[in-house]
Design a protein around this ligand. Structure first.
Ligand code: HEM
Length: 270
């Protein structure tokens, strides 16, 4: 891998920022808000930010870059696909519980559902995410799906994964702002109480985490090497021309040699 050190530094930084964001949201709901419970009240609502930030943002971010972790390169591609899919499914389950919490809270409190831009964008992201998971599982994990379909679908899968991740971050920022405006009364949000400043910093951490994940995921030189190259490295054989990286996430710098390598092995590279 080129630029191995900057990659590891950025990766560590991204994971640390994501983890601190989760700690921030936990402190927000436990210290500044009412805490957590499943009682139809404010405590039940608090599961919503906690689980969306932990699952839909932090776990999804890790799932996006998991193919790039150098210490996973000795695992088979199939194993990595299961880990990638498993983390996404876990993120999805947490997002669904977070939605159940907020819908239940609204219903018990007689608050209308789905009136805000935040709720429209958020629900759209969850629906797209579920589609992304189902299509990804069917096309990349079902052994019957043909190679040409996998190759054709891969760029769409990569784009929509990054698009959904970005949309989720936008939804979270809207949700955070809404919640601060709704719940801070004396002093108000505009008076900058400690909670407002703390949660604004949470928003900045989420943006930083998102941008680091997007940066890491779109560097072609940090991609998982192709199976061909990994096999050659493990067996000390010379790798064939163009057998550089897999197309897990990001654009390939030179598509021609890759197509050549694929013609020779007769295999899809997803
Ligand atoms: C409500 C999705 C994150 C605050 C909602 C609703 C959805 C949703 C679909 C509508 C529920 C209903 O109408 O009964 C999401 C998604 C998120 C996310 C997908 C992923 C990031 C957050 C975060 C906060 C938040 C981090 C911060 C506290 C709120 C608030 C409501 C709400 C205050 C009630 C007002 C409204 O409907 O806009 N969310 N949310 N959300 N969410 Fe989120």
């Amino acid at each position: 891998m080129e630029n191995h050190k900057p990659f590891l530094v950025l990766l560590f930084f991204a994971f640390a920022i994501g983890f601190i964001a989760v700690v921030f949201v936990l402190r927000w709901v436990l210290h500044f808000r009412e805490g957590l419970a499943w009682d139809g009240g404010a405590k039940e609502f608090n599961w919503h930010p906690l689980l969306t930030v932990t699952g839909f943002i932090f776990l999804q971010g890790i799932a996006i870059v998991v193919y790039r972790l150098p210490w996973t390169w000795k695992c088979s591609k199939l194993m990595m696909k299961f880990i990638h899919a498993g983390l996404h499914v876990l993120a999805f389950i947490l997002a669904v519980i977070a939605l159940v919490a907020v819908f239940d809270f609204h219903n018990v409190q007689n608050i209308p559902n789905m009136y805000s831009l935040h709720s429209w964008v958020g629900l759209t992201a969850v629906i797209l995410f579920s589609l992304q998971i189902v299509l990804g599982l069917c096309i990349f994990l079902l052994p019957v799906s043909p190679d040409y379909l996998r190759s054709a679908f891969l760029p769409i899968h990569v784009f929509s994964g990054l698009f959904i991740f970005t949309t989720v971050i936008a939804a979270a920022l809207m949700g955070i702002t809404e919640k601060l405006i709704f719940s801070l009364n004396d002093p108000k949000y505009k008076d900058s109480p400690a909670e407002a400043t703390f949660v604004n910093v949470l928003g900045l951490l989420i943006i930083l985490f998102g941008s680091l994940i997007l940066w890491i995921a779109t560097r072609p030189s940090w991609k998982r090497p192709s199976e061909q190259l990994l096999h050659a490295l493990h067996s000390n054989q010379p790798a064939s021309v163009g057998a550089t990286t897999d197309t897990a996430i990001g654009e390939r710098p030179d598509p021609e040699p890759t197509s050549e390598a694929r013609r020779r092995t007769g295999k899809s590279e997803e």
